[in-house]
Design a binder for this molecule. Sequence first.
Ligand SMILES: Cc1ncc(COP(=O)(O)O)c(C=O)c1O
Length: 407
Amino acid sequence: MNDFESARDEFKALKNMVYLNWAGLGPLPSSAKIAVEELLKNIYEWDNQYVSEAISSLQDGAKGQIAKLLNTSPDQIAITGTNTTQGIQTAFEAIRPKSGESIVTSDMQYVLTEAELQKWRDRGVDIKVVKNRDGVYDLNDFQRAVDKTTRAVFVDSVTWINGYKFDVPELSKIAHENNAFMITDSIQHLGQAKMDVEKSGADLVAGSAQKWLSDWLGLGFLYVRRKVIEELERPYYGYKNTEEPDGGWHTYFTLTDREQFPEFKFYSSDARKFEYGGSLYNMPGLTALEKTLKLINGIGMDRVQRRVLELKHELLEGLEALDFEVLEPYEEKHQSGITTFRMGVGRKKEMEVVEKLNSTGYAISYRAGGGLYGIRVSTHYVNNSDDIQSLLGALKSLRAKAGVKRN
Ligand SMILES: Cc1ncc(COP(=O)(O)O)c(C=O)c1O
């Protein structure tokens, strides 16, 4: 078995069905399932030693793997709850735009980060939206939108609608030339396409584990560039970003002469500054993520990305042979594992096709946004040619049933 086959072997879901919905949610591999079961057993039986060490060891393990994925250091990674939205909210609270300033974004942003932008719009921040042109973006449009009022440029570095991959280094240059921050929502990027955050120029990169990192238990994180950590606001105050008092928390909790409002010291020079809440993280999520990332990092993002695109190109060839309309950025540097297309039978029938496929063992989805819509298929490194050919065969026969006979 080669590396890809043995990684595939860990996914029971891929044995049960043709799973091509990683842009939706990602099933767990067996190594993650086993580790989470071990965690639950230790909590259930209360292994004191295990439990007292778990918080820091699980956190360090997962942060180390996230840092490896992003080619950065763990001290620039904050754990931000269970999802991307919390990372994005943290990023905006950290840059804290003021009334009269602007945010430049795209028209294919994920719907629920639009809610965060609405908050800032309600506070007098101008939200400028750059439109796609037939599924692709022109950097000149961003150049024109960014000016001295811009507090940040904010994009989904791979869009959830058609998988367009932004040239983040070039976009960062535009932002930085205007003293603006570069923020990305990279949940659709990380794990399937390479992102070297140090070279990307991005200042804040939010991600989460439930899709391409195949950890549906949920774990959100935020990369914060070291250079900007000190100048950003501390969004929250709590256990996680407060320095331990002399002698550690355990001693502190026993002090009878403890002051009611002491001068707490807060982390200020690493990404813990942006963490929030009490003592626990999502422990199952951390446990699973360390394992799922070991699989991806073990193979290496260069090879993972090549495999994802190889499968995508096989899919594209098949879609072209079926004469389907692909909403695709055909320049390879903008391509990702997400492929969106129309069958030429109308939106309603296409949605019925997706429903039919979902009920017969194919995981795919239908998405619309930025004036685009279509069937969304996402290919990951653990898929194979059989998955692609099986889907293409099913699409061909369902199109024939939908009454359009071509090829
Ligand atoms: C671009 C993008 N951002 C964020 C999310 C999910 O956000 P959260 O992790 O907060 O649920 C999705 C899910 O579809 C997405 O496509």
